[in-house]
Design a protein around this ligand. Structure first.
Ligand SMILES: Cc1cc2nc3c(=O)[nH]c(=O)nc-3n(C[C@H](O)[C@H](O)[C@H](O)COP(=O)(O)OP(=O)(O)OC[C@H]3O[C@@H](n4cnc5c(N)ncnc54)[C@H](O)[C@@H]3O)c2cc1C
Length: 237
């Protein structure tokens, strides 16, 4: 479905990272974890990559707005997006993709995520919490520092609300002394500390291609079944 949607709100959610919320069009339906292609309409500047980018939908289907979040790099698309006045319309072609939570309630889900790759996970965990899903969900989310971690407060709140959701933030570079999360890169030992049986869960990996590939390789090396790995690569990063 292609339609114009109006920008309602911009919110900085981590260092150099902004969430953009739009009016949800009447009758727009999607599954948590899906993405859309956003096109800027008559932007004041453009470049070779054009005026369209894919972004995961960060809100859950039950919520009354839709949104995207991005690291605000200095590209024509993102400069225009950043300065877009509230009320401006963009074109949304959505929903697409099948990076959605599995159905089998006894199978746990483990998300191994770096940085901005967490966008579809925000939608999935928010919807699962709303639905009181019995699926056990673990999110291991790595960022350089806590200030770089998008949706940190959201995930902390969701972990309090949802007894089946475990949130493990990871600081790869530095964190304050009282940091309760993990430190260092996601590696075999860290995964084993939080996942009892590597053969039980479905693993979900999303984000820039390099990170997704590295996580997949790590999982295969430590003996996870490749059939149980689902991915969403943010091609273009
Ligand atoms: C299914 C899907 C879901 C996605 N979801 C998200 C999401 O939720 N959030 C999100 O942010 N992105 C998401 N993306 C990626 C998004 O579509 C863009 O490709 C990405 O944000 C980069 O856009 P850009 O305008 O910054 O760079 P572009 O202008 O598209 O960059 C073009 C090229 O230049 C390089 N480049 C540009 N700027 C820099 C820089 N500063 N340093 C190094 N290299 C650079 C890039 O590597 C790329 O090869 C998703 C992509 C897909 C396919």
């Amino acid at each position: 479905m292609i339609q114009n949607i109006k920008l309602k709100e911009k919110k900085d959610i981590a260092r150099d990272t902004t969430a953009f919320y739009f009016e949800k069009p009447e009758g727009f339906e999607f599954r948590a974890g899906q993405f859309g292609d956003y096109t800027l309409i008559d932007p004041p500047e453009t470049d070779d990559e054009g005026n369209t980018r894919g972004f995961s939908l960060i809100t859950a289907p039950y919520e009354d707005k839709i949104g995207l979040a991005s690291r605000m790099r200095d590209t024509a698309f993102k400069r225009v997006l950043k300065d877009l006045p509230l009320g401006t319309e963009v074109k949304l072609d959505a929903p697409y993709g099948d990076y959605t939570l599995h159905k089998t309630e006894t199978t746990p889900a483990v998300f191994l995520i770096g940085g901005i790759g967490v966008t579809p996970v925000r939608s999935i965990v928010a919807q699962a919490t709303h639905d009181k899903s019995p699926i056990k969900i673990t999110l291991i989310h790595a960022n350089r520092t806590p200030d770089d971690a998008p949706f940190m407060a959201d995930f902390e709140r969701l972990a309090e609300e949802n007894p089946n959701f475990t949130f493990i933030p990871v600081a790869t570079k530095s964190a304050p002394d009282d940091w309760a999360g993990e430190r260092g890169h996601i590696d075999a030992d860290m995964i084993r500390r939080h996942v009892d049986d590597l053969n039980k869960p479905i693993f979900y990996l999303s984000g820039p291609e390099g990170l997704v590939k590295a996580m997949r390789q790590l999982l295969v090396e430590i003996g996870a079944n490749e059939d149980n790995i689902r991915t969403e690569e943010f091609t273009g990063y």
